[in-house]
Design a protein around this ligand. Sequence first.
Ligand code: ZN
Ligand code: ZN
Length: 337
Amino acid sequence: MPVQPPFESWLRPDGSGLYCVPGDFHIDPHAAVPRAVITHGHSDHARPGHGAVLATADTLEIMKLRLGQGAGDSLQPLDYGEALKVRDVTVRLVPAGHILGSAQVVIEYQGQRAVISGDYKRHADPTCEAYELVPCDLFITEATFGLPIYRHEPDTGEVAKLIASLKDFPERTHQVGVYGLGKCQRLIALLRQAGFDRPVYLHGALRSMTDYYLARGFALGPVPSVSDTKEKLAGEIVLSPPSALGDRWSRRFADPLAGFASGWMRIRGRVRQRGVELPLIISDHCDWPELLQTIAETGAREVWVTHGREDALVHEVSKMGVKARALALVGREDEAE
Ligand SMILES: [Zn+2]
Ligand SMILES: [Zn+2]
């Protein structure tokens, strides 16, 4: 068998982020670069100001909505599964199951395969394509919830809690904090799956992204804007950015009851700190068992951990007999979930 070059010789962090040497591009760089492959539209992955950007069509549209001209000088869409030769490497994008358009970046070079997963989850999500497992030699993973305490509940149970609370407190407006890209639209879709057919009212900050999902054909039902009604919305669901919980904006509602849909709602301190009465553990990331399961299933002989709780995951993966290291990439946020 020919000697294969170490992964670090062709894929490594530099001052701008993770760089593929023989392809001459960065993946989700935190600084503006000439050529970037972007895994998904969240702001800590899709930064403004790149030259050429390669991503799924949905990610490019989301970047245009968020960043306008800053989305990049030239935008090239790549369908899931389609192989593209980029200099000396072959690149494919494969569903990551995280949000609409999210992709893992699969890079083949000299008979070796690296998978950069971006953010991903294994739970089913009605608003994006399901995660696709790709066997590989090197697997590069996030570790947002990389501690054994993190176990996400089935989302159906969390949504049932919200619907039950509306029955228990019909005189109160249920204001639920959600992140605007992904979580908002997923929560609406889950409510519809659970048979909830009342309007779901939206804060203005959630409008444009939700309209994009509607335009893409997702059946989200009636989603009027709060600003279009004078009602106090007792017994109704209002979705807002987390920052609007307990804010002056909430005073217009009937005795607002604060909910928050996030994987962080597992942590009591975060629930208290936010003044959340109805924590809903709904995450767009893997929990601890899913991280370990995925790493094992890829069959990778080496694992790099990009952001989150790197130390615990590196330790656990090493115990599985797989070589592991923390990349310590800067500029990733764990809040936006
Ligand atoms: Zn993300
Ligand atoms: Zn992220």
